[in-house]
Design a protein around this ligand. Structure first.
Ligand code: TXA
Ligand code: MG
Length: 320
């Protein structure tokens, strides 16, 4: 069942809390993408997230909290993590921190790691967690490896009857997942680029984020080469179209796309925030046209373009 948050916020929160209390999974809007939420402290409920998403059990979940006090019950905060939390939460930032021995999380939530990923989302999901009173484990609400959901309809289309309740708050305002940082001693390392740019983090906190990925090692267990993949093959940096492709353009389109079956504009004005908002819906929309392939115009590797290009590279990677 889909329930509109805009029309009846109180009823939506009550229905979600009842379902979560009963150990069910609920589709929830966040400012980044829709999440598939469950009580992070309930082993069976979290198990349901893994089976509904067909997610490998080695891939840990993010625990969503409503305030820093709730987060502090899960993890140890050092001065640098506290500074990041105070400056950037609520918002599209996830911190991977050393887990407290008394965090109360079943090992399935963190895939047996000694660290825990924590995020304080803004808006409706923050109010929902506050009402529920416990952290919510929530990955993106899509089948594992597929394109993430940025609307309630995407959640229903992808996960269907397996999810009893999906809360609808319209399209998500950011459109790509949170930025993930791992805090290790004084070191702050980027595990996943996302909705908060490292430039913005540096400007608001003065903290320098190490962005160089260690020698070929997968640092976030879920950052597989192929991810965010539509059904059609994806071709990047396309300056022309091959017969039957759908083209995703960015900015003015001086390129030669006349062989395309359709052209979808990520942002006609060349705005990277707008392109991030449109990215997943347009990959799904392109797929529905059943093209010979999806060709994507070059996207500048600056600001939000870093996260967009990361997702596009994974969408275009060879499939397992
Ligand atoms: O914006 C978001 O972050 C969304 C919304 C729903 O909050 N969530 C999201 O979750 O993108 P998910 O599960 O699709 O991606 C979480 C990533 C995975 O790559 C996972 O491996 C990584 O976070 N992760 C979780 N716990 C970790 C840990 N302890 N250490 C390293 N990586 C971790
Ligand atoms: Mg995901």
């Amino acid at each position: 069942m889909k329930l509109s948050v805009k029309e009846n916020r109180t009823e939506a929160i009550a229905a979600a809390c009842a379902a979560l209390d009963g150990g069910e999974v609920v589709g929830i809007p966040t400012e980044t993408v829709y999440g598939l939420a469950a009580d992070a402290t309930n082993e069976q409920a979290v198990q349901r997230i893994f089976s509904v998403k067909r997610r490998p059990s080695f891939n840990p979940l993010i625990c969503h909290c409503s305030d820093i006090e709730m987060a502090e019950r899960l993890a140890h905060f050092e001065p640098v993590s506290r500074a990041l939390a105070e400056a950037c939460w609520p918002g599209p930032l996830t911190l991977v921190l050393p887990m407290r021995a008394d965090a109360g999380l079943p090992s399935i939530t963190t895939a047996g790691l000694e660290t825990v990923a924590i995020r304080l989302p803004s808006g409706f999901s923050c109010d929902l967690i506050k009402a529920f009173g416990k952290p919510l484990a929530a990955p993106s609400a899509n089948i594992s490896g597929k394109v993430s959901a940025t609307s309630a309809d995407h959640v229903v289309a992808d996960l269907g009857a397996a999810v009893g309740l999906v809360l609808d708050d319209g399209p998500t305002p950011i459109g790509v997942e949170s930025t993930i940082l791992k805090i290790d001693g004084g070191e702050v390392r980027l595990l996943r680029s996302g909705g908060l740019t490292v430039e913005r983090i540096a400007a608001t906190t003065g903290i320098e984020v190490l962005t160089k990925i260690q020698s070929g090692k997968i640092v976030a267990p879920g950052m597989m080469e192929s991810h965010y993949a539509p059904n059609a093959v994806v071709r990047l940096n396309a300056v022309d179209a091959k017969v039957g492709e759908v083209v995703l353009t960015f900015g003015a389109t001086p390129h030669r796309y006349e062989l395309a079956v359709a052209i979808l504009s990520l942002s006609a004005s060349g705005n990277l925030e707008e392109a991030a908002r449109n990215l997943y819906a347009m990959l799904k929309g392109a797929d529905e046209i059943a093209p010979n392939g999806i060709a994507v115009a070059p996207i500048p590797e600056i600001g939000m373009g870093v996260a967009i290009n990361d997702r596009l590279r994974r969408a275009a990677a060879p499939r397992p």
